[in-house]
Design a protein around this ligand. Structure first.
Ligand code: AMP
Length: 408
C-alpha cells in the first residue's frame, strides 16, 4: 500500500510540533518528525523518512512556519503531501471539555468551541488550534479531524468525575474530572483485550501509561470507570516535571507564605516538580543513572514515584473488584523492567505474580510478563497514539454523518 490514503497526524504543543505520516490500515510510517523550541531564536527539527534521519537548526517563528518546514522536509524526501491523496489530517487536541466526546471533523464552529474550551487548557488548546489553522492553510483540500485526549473518559461515572466542592461554582466554571491520555488508554486497552483473545466488553483492566506524563485508568468491560488525571493533566501520578496529587492547601501556602504568584505556582507545579523537582532530572533514564551513582535524592524520587503508583493500583483493584489484566505502556512502562517489578512487588495474594525472566525480556511487541499461574495477566503493550489518531480520523472522514458531533 502506498502513501495515498495515509493520514498526516499533527500533535502541536506550546512550543513543539510532532508529526507523522502514517498509513492507518497497516501502520506503515512514511515520515515523522519533531520540531522543538518553536518561536525561539533557533528551533530544531528532527526528521525521519526512508530510513534516513536529518537534524537541523533554523529560525521557525511560529507553528505555521514549523508545519511548512516539516512539509518541506517530507517533499524533499519525495512525497508531495498536497497531491499525495491523503485521507485526512488528524490533530491531537488536548481538551474537549464537555462539548466533544468523539473525533470531530474540523469546521468553523468546532474551531470556536475548541477556542472557548481553552480556559481549561490554556497551554495546550491554543497551540492545537494554531496547528489546525496552519494545516488547513497548507493542505486546504484535505479534511482535518480533531481527536480529543479527554474523549475516552467522557462517560466516567459521576462519582469519579465530580470534585467535592460547591456544586454551583463547579457547574459555572466546568470544574470536573475529565481525564487525559484517552487515546492511549483506549488503544492499549483494546490491544490488551485482543492479546488475551477476549472481547473488549469482557475484560476488566488497569492501564498504566507511564511516560513523561503519566496516568492510570480503571476500565470495566471497555468502559472507563476511573482515571488519575483530573480537570487538568496535573492530577494523579508523579510525572517527569508535574507533581501529580498534592494537598490543595499547599497551593495556598505557596501563595501566602512562600509569596509565589499564580503563574509562578503554575510553572512550579507543572514544570519544576515531579522527578525533576525531587532530584533535578525529569528523564527516567537520567534518574536511574543518578540512583546507580548513589544519589539519595534520586533514590527518594523513585520511591515516591513507586509509592504513588502502587496507591493507584490498589485503589483500582478495589474499584474494579475483578481485574483480568494490568498493562504497562509508554516510555517508562514499556522499557523499565525494574519499575514494573517494583510497582507489582509482593502482590501474589491479590493474584498478581510477575515472572522475573519474562519481565526482563526486551521486545517491541505486546507481551505477557506474569507467570502462567498469575490470575491477573500483567502485560506490556506499546502505545501508538499516532496510529490511533489516524484510524479515528479516517473513520470520521468515511462516515460524514458522525462529523461535527457535539454533546447536547
Ligand atoms: P514517553 O513520554 O512515552 O516518550 O516516555 C518518556 C520517558 O520514558 C522518559 O522518562 C524516558 O526516560 C523513559 N524511557 C525511555 N526509554 C527508557 C528505558 N529504556 N528505560 C527506562 N526509561 C525509559
Amino acid at each position: 500500500m502506498g502513501v495515498a490514503g495515509s493520514v498526516l497526524v499533527i500533535n502541536a504543543g506550546s512550543s513543539s510540533l510532532k508529526y507523522q505520516l502514517v498509513q492507518p490500515a497497516g501502520g506503515e510510517v512514511w515520515a515523522e518528525g519533531l520540531v522543538e523550541r518553536i518561536g525561539e531564536e533557533l528551533s530544531t527539527i528532527t526528521h525521519e523518512q526512508g530510513g534516513a534521519e536529518t537534524t537541523a537548526e533554523l529560525a521557525l517563528p511560529d507553528h505555521q512556519a514549523a508545519i511548512e518546514c516539516a512539509l518541506g522536509y517530507v517533499a524533499d524526501g519525495g512525497i508531495d503531501l498536497a497531491s499525495a491523496g491523503l485521507a485526512a489530517v488528524g490533530h491531537r487536541v488536548v481538551h474537549g471539555g464537555r462539548s466533544f466526546y468523539a473525533p470531530t471533523l474540523i469546521a468553523p464552529f468546532v474551531i470556536s468551541e475548541i477556542d472557548r474550551i481553552s480556559t481549561l487548557a490554556p497551554l495546550h488548546n491554543p497551540a492545537n488550534l494554531v496547528g489546525i489553522r496552519a494545516a488547513a492553510e497548507l493542505l486546504p483540500e484535505v479534511p482535518s479531524v480533531a481527536v480529543f485526549d479527554t474523549a475516552f473518559f467522557h462517560g466516567l461515572p459521576e462519582a469519579a468525575a465530580t470534585y467535592a466542592i460547591d456544586r454551583e461554582l463547579a457547574a459555572e466554571h466546568a470544574i470536573r474530572r475529565y481525564g487525559f491520555h484517552g487515546t492511549s488508554h483506549e488503544y492499549v486497552s483494546q490491544r490488551a483485550a485482543d492479546f488475551l483473545g477476549r472481547g473488549y466488553d469482557d475484560v476488566n483492566q488497569i492501564v498504566l501509561h507511564l511516560g513523561n506524563g503519566a496516568s492510570a485508568s480503571a476500565i470495566s468491560g471497555g468502559r472507563p470507570v476511573d482515571t488519575s488525571m483530573g480537570m487538568t493533566p496535573l492530577e494523579g501520578l508523579v510525572m517527569g516535571t508535574r507533581t501529580g496529587d498534592v494537598d490543595p492547601g499547599l497551593v495556598l501556602h505557596l501563595n501566602r507564605v512562600a509569596g509565589l504568584g499564580v503563574d509562578e505556582i503554575d510553572t512550579l507545579l507543572n514544570k519544576r516538580s515531579g522527578l525533576r523537582g525531587l532530584c533535578g532530572e525529569n528523564d527516567f533514564r537520567a534518574v536511574a543513572d543518578l540512583i546507580a551513582a548513589g544519589d539519595e535524592h534520586a533514590a527518594l524520587a523513585y520511591d515516591v514515584y513507586v509509592h504513588r503508583l502502587r496507591r493507584y493500583i490498589g485503589a483500582y483493584l478495589i474499584t474494579l473488584g475483578r481485574v483480568d489484566a494490568i498493562t504497562f505502556t509508554a516510555g517508562i512502562g514499556e522499557n523499565s523492567a525494574k519499575l514494573r517489578a517494583d510497582a507489582l512487588r509482593d502482590l501474589q495474594r491479590y493474584g498478581i505474580d510477575v515472572d522475573d525472566d519474562r519481565n526482563l525480556m526486551r521486545s517491541k511487541q505486546a507481551r505477557r510478563i506474569s507467570t502462567d499461574d498469575s490470575a491477573v495477566a500483567v502485560l506490556v503493550v506499546p502505545t501508538n497514539e499516532e496510529l490511533a489518531i489516524a484510524r479515528q480520523a479516517v473513520a470520521v472522514v468515511a462516515r460524514p454523518d458522525v462529523s461535527g458531533e457535539t454533546a447536547p
